[in-house]
Design a protein around this ligand. Structure first.
Ligand code: KG4
Length: 333
């Protein structure tokens, strides 16, 4: 089966064509990072407009690169949500147009399901799976008893972890996107500063906004008192506190659900070098679990993951009609 996937939930316009869930025939990703740099974060209205400019070009390129015409595509899959509503609409309208003009089945895909199934590009998932999704818009722990069931065990109560990285980087004057910059700077420092430990009620939930404000207050306090501080140490302290929050929850789930066979990661923050070290360390502690941190092209937003998730959803009988609309807060189901 050959599926054309479309992804436009945030600041990447992406179109990919994937055969039988493993064979990526083409994958086009038009990133908007440069357009949002001057604002220090993604501006939703700007992002939607750039998607409109890019989407047809990306579709054409994806077909060209795969050497296919629409006649050879078996289904069109698209991210229905969650994400930025204006951005999602662009992908959904493009997918509807293609599906109905060429009489193809249309399959709505959940963005998080895409991040989880992206791991299929490098490994066969072994269920039950625990997936950690960490990006600019999401921080979630998802339990999958089998290929088609999703249970959100924990999620952020406020900011996503990537958002916290980006905002802290802005406070430190490092620029956007902040994650890679803090990652790099933190390597030169030590986590010597005590920052507020996030507090949540749910056993597996996260919180990052108190930590983010803690960094801002720390900087202001130092400036007010005329004291100096090491930026690298502050970056390392923020990173260690944020990742400890994540990994303490991951360990809780692994302890509470001993049947879990596979732990996978998705989303832009999985590029983080310290996060990768922490996953490696878990391997020794939980030898019965397989751990996968996929290469970056699978972690960040792309449309191969949407095409794969689309085929899985198609096989489970999921279809949409002309009434399909984007849903910015769609619950995974
Ligand atoms: O998944 P993604 O490409 O887009 C969405 O948010 O949907 O994730 C982007 C996020 C940004 O917040 C960026 O700062 C963060 O991933 N990021 C990182 C690193 N590389 C990207 N965060 C920490 N360390 C990194 N090396």
């Amino acid at each position: 089966m050959i599926v054309l996937g479309i992804e436009s939930s945030c600041d990447e316009t992406a179109v990919a064509i994937v055969k039988d869930k493993k064979d990526v025939l083409s994958s086009i990703v038009a990133t908007q990072i440069d357009a949002h740099k001057e604002f220090g974060g993604v501006v939703p209205e700007v992002a939607s407009r750039i998607h409109v400019e890019n989407i047809s070009i990306c579709i054409e390129k994806a077909l060209q690169e795969a050497g296919l015409t629409m006649a050879e595509i078996d289904a069109v899959a698209v991210t229905k949500g969650p994400g930025l509503i204006g951005c999602l609409h662009v992908g959904v309208q493009a997918a509807k147009t293609l599906a109905f003009a060429y009489h193809k089945p249309l399959v709505p895909v959940h963005h998080l399901a895409g991040h989880i199934y992206a791991n299929e590009l490098v490994v066969d998932l072994k269920y039950p799976v625990l997936a950690l999704i960490v990006s600019g818009g999401n921080s979630e722990l998802v339990y999958m008893k089998d290929e088609h069931s999703f249970e959100i065990l924990g999620e952020t109560q406020d900011d996503a972890i990537g958002e916290a990285y980006d905002k802290v980087a802005r406070v430190l004057g490092l620029g956007y996107p902040g994650g890679p910059k803090i990652d790099k700077l933190a390597k030169e420092g030590k986590p010597v500063y005590t920052l507020p430990q996030p507090k949540t009620e749910g056993r597996y939930d996260f919180s990052f906004s108190g930590l983010k404000s803690g960094v801002l207050q720390f900087v202001k306090r130092m400036e007010r008192n005329g004291q100096t501080f090491e930026m690298a140490d502050l970056a390392a302290s923020f990173q260690e506190t944020a990742l400890n929050e994540i990994f303490s929850r991951v360990e809780r789930v692994l302890d509470d659900y001993p049947e879990i066979r596979h732990f996978v990661v998705g989303g832009g923050v999985s590029a983080n070098s310290r996060l990768r070290e922490k996953v490696e360390a878990l391997q020794d502690k939980y030898p019965a679990v397989e751990f996968t941190v996929p290469p970056m092209y699978c972690c960040t937003d792309n449309a191969s993951m949407i095409a794969i998730a689309g085929q899985i959803a198609y096989e489970a009988g999921r279809r949409a009609d002309a009434g399909l609309t984007a849903d910015c807060s769609w619950e995974i189901e």
